[in-house]
Design a protein around this ligand. Sequence first.
Ligand SMILES: *Cc1c(COP(=O)(O)O)cnc(C)c1O
Length: 411
Amino acid sequence: MTHKNLLSVAEEFGSPVYIYNAEKIISQYQRLTNAFKVDELRIHYAVKALSNISILKLLNSLGCGLDTVSIQEVKLGLKAGVDPSKIIYTPNGVALEEIEQAVELGVQINIDNLSVLEQFGSKHPKTPVCIRINPHVMAGGNSKISVGHIDSKFGISIHQMPHLLRIVENTGMHINGIHMHTGSDILDIGVFLYASEILFEAALNFKELEFIDFGSGFKVPYRPGDIETDIEELGLQLTEKFENFCKEYGRELALAFEPGKYLVSDAGKFLAKVNVIKQTTSTVFAGIDSGFNHLIRPMFYGSHHEITNISNPKAKDRFYSVVGYICETDTFGNNRRISEIREGDILSFSNAGAYCFSMASNFNSRYRPAEVLWYEGKAHLIRERETFDDLTRHQIEVDLTSSLGKLVEKN
Ligand SMILES: *Cc1c(COP(=O)(O)O)cnc(C)c1O
């Protein structure tokens, strides 16, 4: 997508707006599938990264399955036309009833704690279940997204394997997959290779496996010159390990991954208009028509999103603090070198595909933005900007006049 393409989208659909480049999603998917030369590769896109139905449809058309963490995500996937057999449901801390609902919908269940496994196995011994193992490999870009450590709430500890096996034996349940997901923004492929050894060893305990799922957490570049997870190298090394394991196991299994960021992060741009330029004693602020209600990652995780002035790209660079309109600290970037910003300019934020719109809220009673899919050289609106009705739709106004009257009398 060129600057001109982006500006035309901001012009047509207004700002702020999210825009996703379909070609980029497709090329990332192909890069991933080309990297692993195994008999059967299953890619399940992590819906929570970006859950627009048109994105799910696009990925489905490529042959990609889905990784879901809530029953609502399962339903979105089904609505997008994804076959239930290609949806894996990996909840954490949900009620047994929700897991049973997912079974009814025909999707692959992934269970991540022993008490649920025991209850589920006792009630539904015939339903195939994948188990989420916590291999206790420390990995991830920051503490909020590192979920493989010993005190993590995710997965069944590898040290609890004897208890796990006892439950499986006592209930007679059918374990068809094992899974891990240790965090996000993992740069070092050694983490996957090391964890794979642990998973392979665990896998030998189960005779009816169909797949092994290595989760995700591939790091993508955020800044120019940033390094990313070397998918090609991981593909070479893990493929070899996996094939050796399958020989030892005695049967070919499917190798599974569930990337979110890797598939959609770089495909997305967030466009916002500059409302005000404000010079203070220490900096120049560029205040945009958005805030962390629309893109929370900088404030929530300290994430870096490159900011480009696409409506004045050739001017002299100056330093800016780019801020939002939310009534508390709301900073997208400090001391950013950006081509001179004028009021009315359109700024483009990079890596806005993953965990951006999907984490947007109505804080400050603002509307969530529109979403646009750039596909075959054309802009397709895939979500309308919200309106005032969306803010009030589920609110119920109660009649407080009588008690209010009394309050007023008292005072
Ligand atoms: C969030 C999540 C993912 C996706 O992680 P990315 O870092 O976006 O690739 C995959 N699997 C599970 C279980 C998750 O919770």
